[in-house]
Design a protein around this ligand. Structure first.
Ligand code: ATP
Ligand code: PRP
Length: 216
């Protein structure tokens, strides 16, 4: 019998992880120890040929693109910002749902001339405003985007909005919708070619788990 190839799945740590693990469990892929209680980066699972690597959400597409991991789970925002090169996106996991929005101060006046946009989603913002035929300057931030308009650093922000509480708490409001976001399963081109037989059943099992979760 042919030996099974090793398969590595990159998981985004942070808020996605809690919703990811039940889906993987429903697909019968279970970490050998409690990921939340460990400082490890690589985890064995109940399959001796499947491992998890648990990394920053923004690094997942990079790992999968370069074959450092065969598959991964990441937010659509992160995938859009990465550009999706070398990634196949077979499944919407329907978790961590939110929206990408343009937002600004509640009493903000229309801006004359070039707007300054603060965001960590530089590529998404560039593309969105170009599509709108709107010339903007983009300021890259790594967090707390809501602060930028308050401090006069930017006219608008591009950020994730879910309940809208973070915007409201800081005197901001959503203005324009950019995209609906949820987490996706991604597979890298190398794995798609070389490990197709192993990957296909995982996609099918997870897809079933998504449907079961949706239907309660
Ligand atoms: P990194 O650690 O790489 O900087 P991050 O801190 O932005 O990433 P998280 O806050 O854990 O990562 O968010 C991970 C993903 O969860 C995001 O990419 C997005 O898809 C989704 N997400 C972020 N905020 C919300 C929210 N308020 N509600 C639902 N989903 C969200
Ligand atoms: C995310 C996002 C927004 C907030 C939106 O932040 O960056 O600030 O959630 O959610 P809301 O509309 O329900 O308030 P998160 O809580 O992940 O903090 P972080 O970006 O600092 O990691």
């Amino acid at each position: 019998m042919m030996k099974k190839q090793q398969l590595t799945i990159a998981l985004s740590k942070g808020r996605i992880l809690e919703e990811t693990l039940p889906l993987l469990e429903a697909a019968n892929i279970i970490p050998a120890e409690n990921i939340f209680k460990s400082r490890k980066l690589i985890f064995d699972t109940n399959h001796d040929n499947i491992k998890f690597v648990v990394i920053r959400a923004t690094d997942v597409p990079t790992y999968v693109e370069y074959g450092g991991a065969d598959m991964g789970i990441a937010g659509k925002d992160v995938l859009m910002e990465h550009g999706g090169k070398g990634l196949y996106e077979p499944l919407d996991l329907e978790i961590a749902k939110c929206k990408l929005m343009v937002a600004g101060l509640t009493d903000a006046l229309p801006v004359e001339g070039r707007m300054r946009i603060a965001t960590k989603f530089v590529n998404i913002a560039k593309q969105y405003f170009a599509q709108q035929g709107c010339q903007v300057d983009i300021v890259k931030l790594y967090g707390a985007m809501e602060l930028a308009p308050i401090m006069g650093l930017a006219d608008r922000i591009v950020d994730i909005v879910d309940t809208g509480n973070t915007l409201r708490a800081n005197g901001l409001e959503p203005m324009d919708f950019i995209a609906n976001i949820s987490s996706r399963l991604v597979v890298g081109q190398p794995a798609l070619k070389m490990k197709h037989k192993q990957i296909q059943p995982i996609i099918e099992m997870m897809s079933e788990a998504v449907v079961n979760r949706r239907e309660g």
